[in-house]
Design a protein around this ligand. Structure first.
Ligand code: ZN
Length: 338
């Protein structure tokens, strides 16, 4: 990406390398999160960064949702009303684009990066057949809001699951934006997952049900002595406070095919329910999934240091959706493999 600016009239101006295709989308936000629009460009950003906004814009973020893609995210203040049908990203010429933000929002203050007005000394010829396009921003369809009644049915009284909330007591686990502690987030989610499984006739055991420190070997022992059909450890991620651009879900298993199927069932249920960066289902060597003898998985429900995830993880509605999605994934696995 060459340069971008939001001018005082609320026009987003972009200068890109010539003849690229951009894709743009929109999310209405909700709760403590304002609407966002984002534009994807070819190329990996040299430096992912967050830039404080001005006027109705809370923040501008430049990151890489995946290698080879640069994403410019414009996040508005919570409560801002935007009509996506009024938003059009228009090609001005082969390397300049503009998007008029609704000027009734008012109060725009010019800011940006790089020189949008620079005229390239050698204007490259457009590719044959290239016409500066017009991209209509399409709102992403809302995700379903899951409810307990949506949970899959399994044979009642047949299955036993061990849920392992990470950390606890003097071990806070990851500590993120606003001082949020992993041990608290994952305990609440784990308690909900256990309750939801019980509502479907699955026996759910917890390695801890309060804010206490339990070493890893007793957690594994409890699982191995329980005759459980599956073990699911619930954690939240953290990276440095200087990387708020890193967000998303990842789910781990250790070696076994059944463990991978369990991890995949949980992971895809999460992605269907909460809109998050997909960091994938991966093989991991965490002690609790390595030493447990039943199919086991460790799920990381988000980054407490991530600007997107952290805001959501303190939201009880989002935690409820995470809990429902994890329970649904476990039930899906039991239905197919248990
Ligand atoms: Zn952890």
């Amino acid at each position: 990406m060459g340069a971008w600016r939001i001018n005082a009239d609320g026009v987003l101006e972009l200068r890109t390398t010539p003849n690229v295709n951009l894709t743009a989308s929109f999310d209405a936000g909700g709760g403590n999160r304002g609407p966002r629009l984002w534009i994807d460009f070819p190329g990996t950003p040299t430096r992912p960064r967050n830039i404080a906004g001005a006027g109705p814009i809370r923040q501008v973020r430049i990151g890489a949702p995946e290698p080879g893609i640069t994403r410019l995210v414009i996040e508005f203040l919570p409560g801002t009303q935007l009509d996506p049908t009024q938003l059009k990203l228009e090609g001005v010429d082969s390397n300049n684009w503009k998007l008029q933000l609704p000027n009734q929002l008012g109060g725009f203050i010019a800011f940006g990066e790089g020189n949008v007005d620079r005229v390239d000394p050698v204007v490259p010829m457009p590719l044959p057949g290239y016409k500066p396009g017009e991209t209509q921003l399409s709102p992403r369809p809302p995700l379903r809001t899951m409810q307990a009644s949506d949970l899959p049915q399994v044979n009642r009284g047949r299955f036993r699951i061990v849920i392992d909330p990470g950390h606890g007591g003097p071990d806070p686990g990851a500590v993120g934006i606003g001082g949020n502690q992993e041990k608290d987030v994952v305990l609440e989610i784990s308690l909900q997952v256990a309750e939801l499984l019980r509502s479907r006739g699955v026996e759910a055991l917890l390695t801890r049900s309060g804010d206490i420190d339990v070493d890893l070997p007793p957690r594994v022992q409890l699982a191995n002595n329980s005759g459980a059909d599956a073990f699911v450890s619930i954690h939240a991620n953290a990276l440095s406070m200087s990387r708020p651009d890193v967000n998303g879900l990842e789910t781990f298993y250790f070696q076994s095919l059944q463990g991978r199927n369990l991890a995949s069932a949980i992971h895809s249920s999460l992605l269907k329910t909460v809109r998050r960066t997909n960091r994938g289902v991966k093989e991991g060597r965490f002690y609790v999934i390595k030493a447990t003898r039943m199919p086991s998985s460790l799920v990381e429900v988000g980054f407490l240091t991530g600007s997107d995830d952290a805001a959501d993880m303190i939201d009880p509605a989002h935690r409820r959706q995470l809990s429902l999605a994890i329970a649904a994934g476990i039930l899906d696995y039991l239905r197919l493999e248990g």
